[in-house]
Design a binder for this molecule. Structure first.
Ligand code: ZN
Length: 268
C-alpha cells in the first residue's frame, strides 16, 4: 500500500506511468489522476480562451465603432433632433387622390426617419407618434392649442434642430416636387434646408428639383427659437406624386434621404 502510494506520487510528478512496477489498482488511480489533470488543464484553457474572446468583443464594441463613426463622418456626440409630424387627430391636413391623408404620410415618414437617425447615434424626440393632435377635448380652438403645445414641446427639448414634415397642395395639379422652408434670416435654418433640399432633389424619383424657400409667417418657424425647417415632401394635389407618396418604398426613400441631409448638417 505504502509502496503503491509512493509509486503513484512518482508517476504523477514524472508525468508518465511505470506500468511494470505498479499494481493494477494503483495504475488505475494513476490514469484517473492523469485524466483529472488533463481536464483541469483543459478547463484553464477554456477559461483563458473565453477571457480572450470577451476582451475581443469588448474591444470590437468600443474602439472600432467610434473609429468607424469618425471615418463615416457620423456624429460622435449625442445630437438632439425633434421630428414633427404635421397635423393629426381631428386635423387630417391635406387630402390627396385616393383619399390619402397628409397626417398619415407625415407620421409614417417621421417614424422611419426616427429609426434611421437613432441608428446613427442621434437622440430623437417626436411631437406625436400616433394619430392624435396635441390638444385636449376641452380646447375650444384645437388647432391653436395643438400648435402652442408643439412649440412648447420643442422649446423644452432644446434640440440642435427641428424637422417638421408636411405635404403640399396646389390648384394646378401638374405642380410637383419636394420643397424645404426655413425662417427668413436664420442662417442655420437655411443651411439645414439646403442640406435636405439637395438630397431630395437628387432622388431618382424627383420629377422637379426645387429651391429652398424663406418664410416669415409659418407659426412653427415664428415661434421656435432653434434651427427649424418645414419639409413639404410632395404635392398631394398631383395624382402621380400623391400615389407615390402613399407607397412604402417612396416613404422609406424620403426618410433615408432626409436622414442623410440631417447627418450632413450635424457634421458640417
Ligand atoms: Zn401640412
Amino acid at each position: 500500500m505504502h509502496r503503491s502510494e509512493r509509486n503513484v506520487r512518482i508517476t504523477s510528478r514524472e508525468g508518465r506511468a511505470h506500468g511494470g512496477v505498479l499494481p493494477l489498482s494503483a495504475r488505475l488511480r494513476s490514469v484517473e489522476k492523469w485524466l483529472t489533470d488533463q481536464q483541469e488543464k483543459k478547463g484553464r484553457w477554456l477559461e483563458y480562451l473565453m477571457t480572450v474572446i470577451m476582451l475581443f468583443i469588448v474591444a470590437a464594441l468600443t474602439i472600432p465603432s467610434t473609429s468607424v463613426s469618425a471615418k463615416l463622418g457620423l456624429p460622435m456626440n449625442r445630437d438632439v433632433v425633434v421630428l414633427d409630424a404635421g397635423h393629426g387627430g381631428v386635423d387630417p391636413g391635406k387630402v390627396g387622390a385616393g383619399n390619402v391623408l397628409e397626417k398619415d404620410i407625415n407620421l409614417i415618414i417621421v417614424l422611419k426617419l426616427k429609426e434611421y437617425l437613432q441608428a446613427n447615434g442621434v437622440t430623437v424626440y417626436l411631437t406625436r407618434d400616433g394619430d392624435e393632435g396635441l390638444y385636449t377635448d376641452s380646447d375650444s380652438n384645437k388647432k391653436a392649442a395643438d400648435m402652442r403645445a408643439r412649440c412648447a414641446f420643442i422649446e423644452e427639448k432644446r434640440p440642435d434642430l427641428v424637422l417638421s414634415i408636411h405635404q403640399n397642395s396646389y390648384s394646378d395639379a401638374s405642380v410637383c416636387g419636394p420643397q424645404v422652408f426655413y425662417y427668413k434670416g436664420s442662417e442655420k435654418g437655411q443651411q439645414l434646408a439646403k442640406c435636405l433640399q439637395d438630397r431630395l432633389n437628387a432622388m431618382p424619383e424627383c420629377k422637379k428639383a426645387r429651391a429652398i424657400k424663406a418664410n416669415t409667417d409659418y407659426y412653427l418657424l415664428l415661434n421656435v427659437s432653434c434651427p427649424i425647417v418645414i419639409a413639404e415632401t410632395g404635392f398631394l394635389s398631383n395624382p402621380a406624386e400623391a400615389q407615390m407618396l402613399g407607397t412604402e418604398a417612396y416613404q422609406d426613400r424620403l426618410a433615408w434621404e432626409l436622414c442623410l441631409g440631417v447627418l450632413e448638417y450635424l457634421n458640417r
